[in-house]
Design a protein around this ligand. Structure first.
Ligand code: PEP
Length: 254
C-alpha cells in the first residue's frame, strides 16, 4: 500500500521567536494538496503556543519534543501532556535518544508518556534506535525491538495505526553528519514493520508510518524515501532553515 510521507522537524533547543515566526511564514510555500506529504514541526516548549497559533488552519502538525505524563505535580521546569494539548498542539515526540541518553528516560518512562499522550488524543512520534556500541555488538534488532515493544505492546491496533508514528533514529547518526545508508535504514524499518505485524496485525503494520532520523539532509532524503519501508523522516539540524527543510519536504511529494 502507499503511505503518505511524513516529514517532521525537531528544532530541539534552537531558533527563537523571530526565526520561528519567519519559518512559519515560509511554510506557505511548502507543497500542499494532492500528493503533498504530511509535515510536522516540533518547537521548543516555550514557543509551542505561538507556533500552533501561527500555523492554525494549515495542515502542518505542531507538537512538543517531550512532555511529562502526569497532569499536575511538583516537577519544576517540566510541561504536562495536557498543557501541550491545551495550547493547541496535537502531537508529541516520545523517547527521543536525547531524552533517553541525556535525561535518563527508561523504556517504562517512555511508555508512561505514550499512554498519557494517546489518552489525551495527542499523536505520538515514538523514537527507537541503537547506540554505536550496540550496533557494533550486533544488538541493533534486540534494542530497537525491545524499545518498540515497550512503547506499544498491548495498545489497541486502531490507535497505533491512527495516532502513532515510529521514528527509527540510530543514535550514532543523530547530529553527527553520519547517516545510515539506505540499506541499513531499510533493514531496520522492515524489522520494525514485521514486528508491528506480529504484535498488532498486518493491517496496522501496513498503515503505520515509520520515519528515519539521523543526519537527514536535502541531499540524502530522496534515496532514503526510495526505500520501501521508509515513509518519512524526523529531521534535526536540516529542519532549522526553512529552505533546507522545504527541500526535504519537496522530496516527499508523491
Ligand atoms: C533528531 O534530532 O531527531 C535528528 C535526527 O537530528 P539530526 O537530523 O540533526 O541528526
Amino acid at each position: 500500500m502507499t503511505r503518505r510521507a511524513y516529514l517532521a522537524g525537531n528544532w530541539k533547543m534552537h531558533l527563537d521567536r523571530g526565526s520561528i515566526a519567519e519559518f512559519c511564514e515560509a511554510t506557505s510555500a511548502f507543497p500542499s494538496g494532492e500528493g503533498a506529504p504530511r509535515v510536522g514541526l516540533f518547537p521548543p516548549a516555550v514557543y509551542l503556543a505561538e507556533t500552533a497559533a501561527a500555523l492554525r488552519g494549515s495542515e502542518i502538525v505542531v507538537g512538543a519534543q517531550t512532555a511529562r505524563p502526569e497532569d499536575h505535580g511538583a516537577f519544576t521546569g517540566e510541561v504536562a501532556m495536557r498543557m501541550v494539548r491545551d495550547v493547541g498542539a496535537t502531537a508529541v515526540i516520545v523517547g527521543h535518544s536525547e531524552r533517553r541518553h541525556v535525561f535518563g528516560e527508561t523504556d517504562a518512562d517512555v511508555r508512561a508518556r505514550v499512554d498519557a499522550a494517546l489518552a489525551l488524543g495527542l499523536e505520538v512520534v515514538l523514537c527507537v534506535g541503537e547506540t554505536l556500541d550496540e550496533r557494533e555488538r550486533d544488538e541493533t534488532a534486540t534494542v530497537v525491538l525491545r524499545q518498540l515493544d515497550a512503547g506499544l505492546s498491548g495498545i489497541d491496533g486502531a490507535t497505533v495505526a491512527e495516532a502513532v508514528t515510529v521514528a527509527y533514529e540510530p543514535v550514532w547518526a543523530i547530529g553527527t553528519g553520519r547517516t545510515a545508508s539506505p540499506g541499513q535504514a531499510q533493514e531496520v524499518h522492515a524489522l520494525v514493520r514485521a514486528r508491528l505485524a506480529e504484535t498488532h496485525g498486518e493491517d496496522v503494520a501496513a498503515h503505520t508510518i515509520i520515519q528515519y532520523g539521523g543526519s537527514v539532509k536535502p541531499g540524502n532524503i530522496a534515496e532514503l524515501l526510495a526505500c520501501p519501508d521508509v515513509d518519512g523522516a524526523l529531521v534535526g539540524g536540516a529542519s532549522l532553515d526553512p529552505a533546507s527543510f522545504a527541500a526535504i519536504v519537496a522530496a516527499g511529494v508523491a
